[in-house]
Ligand binder design. Structure first.
Ligand code: DGJ
Length: 347
């Protein structure tokens, strides 16, 4: 590990193959070079690298497309080991952000929301900060980050909110909520075609999903909400609009272990939602090819079709967790996801 807590690619990235830039490969082998060839893709399942060859720390992440650039926010799982009441474990590393225009080559913008040293604070490094997502409010011109805030035993079950003037941060933490006085774990946010924003989380001890309409400034729950997928035990919600409908991919609740993905469709974001079959097909589909849903990237300049982002969790050493991005197809009014060995943009 280097002085600043970052870890070299060879420590925990399984393979770079021929997909990474030549300059990075040469540097890792001790050669010097002045020529860099652009990255063309990443190996699904690996922990990917940023432009400088450092592992991408954007786990449980989400994507914001703003002014032609993609901003990937996620959990930074690289943090020093600290003492927690006599037990050594890794502290929280806050939220990291990366920028790209091609969805392959990622420039690190560093930690945009840092952890706190104050044990009373929601962002205390000994607590849980997962699944950060950022949306842009065109009225207030603020970037709004929502995230799952929890205690190590996951009993706190709240949604935290932070705000920034720039997508690259820094984000200022505001507060956390139990939306509508209900638990909120694995959470995400989504803006519908009318510009209304929603926070969606696993509620009632993860038995039931909950969609909460946010206030016009996107900073708090408005009080209008709906319980969805009651007693279906879902988490890791992700959403996309396609062909005039809203579509969802989620997982079941088996901790860090993969399970069979869920999918659903609705005409209106507040529902009613209709469940569809497991969207994954082919070998490994029953376990989501080893992954868990994180986010769906809507079409943009580097992806003409929606891309499902999955985490490949490695709970014994979370910073080594990998990524798997797979395009979504629509066949017979259902979402279909097939495994691919590599992620390459489909422009
Ligand atoms: C599954 C969730 O999706 C993850 O974000 C994390 O909360 C783990 N459970 C913890 O077990």
């Amino acid at each position: 590990m280097s002085q600043d807590g970052r870890i070299s690619r060879r420590t925990f990235c399984q393979s770079v193959g021929l997909l990474a830039g030549a300059a990075i490969a040469a540097r890792a082998s001790g050669q010097t070079t002045t020529k860099a060839t652009p990255m063309t893709g990443h190996t699904n399942g690996d922990c990917w690298l940023d432009q400088t060859g450092q592992s991408l720390q954007a786990h449980g992440g989400g994507m914001l497309l703003h002014d032609g650039a993609y901003y990937w926010y996620g959990e930074n799982r690289i943090a020093p080991e600290r003492d927690f009441n006599g037990t050594k474990r890794h502290a929280g590393g806050g939220v990291a952000c990366y920028r790209s225009t091609d969805l392959v080559s990622w420039k690190s913008l560093g930690v945009v929301l840092a952890c706190s040293e104050d044990p009373q604070h929601d962002l205390y490094f000994g607590k849980v900060l997962e699944r950060p997502k950022v949306i842009y409010n065109t009225g207030t011109k603020k970037f709004v980050m929502w995230m799952h805030i929890d205690t190590p035993n996951y009993g706190f079950a709240r949604a935290g909110v932070a705000i920034a003037d720039d997508p690259a941060g820094p984000f200022q933490y505001l507060t956390s909520y139990r939306p509508n006085n209900f638990m909120s774990r694995d959470q995400t946010v989504f803006i519908d075609r009318e510009g209304s924003a929603y926070q969606i989380g696993s509620s009632d001890e993860n038995a039931t999903g909950m969609i909460s309409l946010l206030t016009d400034d996107y900073l708090k729950p408005s009080g209008k909400f709906v319980k969805v997928f009651e007693n279906r035990q879902m988490e890791a919600f992700s959403f996309v609009e396609h062909d005039g409908k809203y579509w969802m991919i989620a997982s079941g609740c088996t901790g860090w272990k993969p399970n069979k993905a869920r999918s659903a469709v609705a005409d209106s974001f507040m529902g009613p939602w209709h469940e569809l079959p497991n969207p994954c097909v082919g070998d490994g589909a029953e376990q989501t090819f080893g992954g868990q849903s994180a986010f769906i990237i809507p079409p943009g300049p580097a992806n003409r079709i929606p891309i499902a982002m999955f985490d490949i969790w490695r709970p014994k050493d979370l910073k080594t967790s990998g990524y798997m991005w797979l395009p979504i197809a629509w066949e017979q009014q259902k979402m279909v996801i097939r495994h691919r060995a590599t992620w390459r943009p489909i422009a």
